[in-house]
Every structure is written in C-alpha cells, then in structure tokens.
Ligand binder design. Structure first.
Ligand code: GNR
Ligand code: NI
Length: 174
C-alpha cells in the first residue's frame, strides 16, 4: 500500500503525452496498485499515471456504487475503438483541478481495448459514468484536462484561481 502525491494544474507534466508501456511487468502492476490506493484514498473514481508524475499510458478506475463491492479496472495502453454518435453532458471534476467542476460534452458510449495486469487484451463498452470516467482518464494520457473542453474564458478563470491557490499554499500541490 502506497499513496502517491497527485500533481495539480497548472503543471507542465500534466500537459505531456504519455508513452506506451512496452511490457506489463511487476513494476507496472505495482504502479497500478499504488494508483488504486491513491485513488480510493483521495477519494476519486479514476486516476491516470501522468497525475502521479509517471508519463506512461496507464490508468485505473472504479465507478462502483458506494456500498457495492469494488470493481477496479487496471488499463495499460487503452485505445478507444468505437464511439457512439450521440453525446452526453456531465459535470466533471478532477483530482488535478481541485475544487472546480464544470459540464463537459463527450460521446455517450465508447468501446475501449486495453491490456490488463496480466498483459491480456480486453475490450468493453462503457456507458454512463464509466464512459465519462474512462474518456476523462484517457485524455490525461494525451495531456488533456477537462478544462481543455471548456471555453478559454472558463478555463483561464479556473487556471488563474489554481495558480493563486498554489502561490498561497505551495505545499498543497506536489
Ligand atoms: O474522481 C473523479 N471524479 C470524476 C467525476 C466526474 C468526471 C470525471 C471524474 S474523474 C475524477 C478523478 C480524476 O481526476 N481522474 O483523472
Ligand atoms: Ni482527472
């Protein structure tokens, strides 16, 4: 069990495109376990490796209802292989954009293909909150934050507040 520090915007490491994983080895498995510990502790429903300063195409998520058994996903090199024609709008937050929330429009459903923790290929169609979450996490792998889906006016307003918050409490941001 290890908790990793979560980077907050603005941080250049959150803007970088992460590199594919070449082998799903013990190090990658430990990274995903540590990311799940960090995500549950936050608490959050998803976490992408760039948020903990690791520039690899790795994400974890668990959108199970509170009280229901946990249902963690560990995804390596995920790819969206199908998107629905219809869109959905949902309010999003981000552990790297603390205390700010905004509506984002995305495809309502997506099919994702990835490697699991054993290196096996998996594929699943997601809808609802799971669809929002997996798209939000995959954006992180390409250096995209939910802020980048907003108008420049809204984005810059939030970024200015985050910069100010960091200046008055630099320890709050890793
Ligand atoms: O915990 C999280 N909640 C959330 C809510 C709505 C849409 C997306 C998310 S993901 C977020 C955790 C996070 O920042 N993952 O990158
Ligand atoms: Ni996020």
């Amino acid at each position: 069990m290890a908790l990793l520090p979560i980077l907050t915007a603005p941080d250049p490491r959150l803007k970088q495109k992460a590199a594919p994983v070449t082998t799903v080895d013990a190090d990658v498995r430990r990274l995903m376990d540590d990311m799940l510990d960090t995500m549950y502790a936050a608490p959050g429903i998803g976490l992408a490796a760039p948020q903990v300063g690791v520039s690899k195409r790795v994400l974890v998520m668990d959108v199970a209802d509170k009280g229901a058994p946990p249902h963690p996903y560990r995804m390596v090199n995920p790819e969206i292989i199908w998107v629905s024609d219809d869109d959905m709008k949902a309010e999003e937050g981000c552990l790297s954009v603390p205390q700010h929330y905004a509506d984002v429009v995305r495809p309502a459903e997506v099919t994702v293909r990835w490697l699991d923790e054993t290196g096996a290929e998996r594929e699943e169609r997601f809808s609802g909150l799971a669809s929002v979450c997996v798209q939000h996490e995959m954006d992180h792998l390409d250096g995209i934050l939910f802020l980048d889906h907003l108008s420049a006016l809204k984005r810059n307003m939030i970024l200015r507040k985050l910069t100010k918050a960091k200046r008055s409490d630099p320890g709050a941001a890793a």
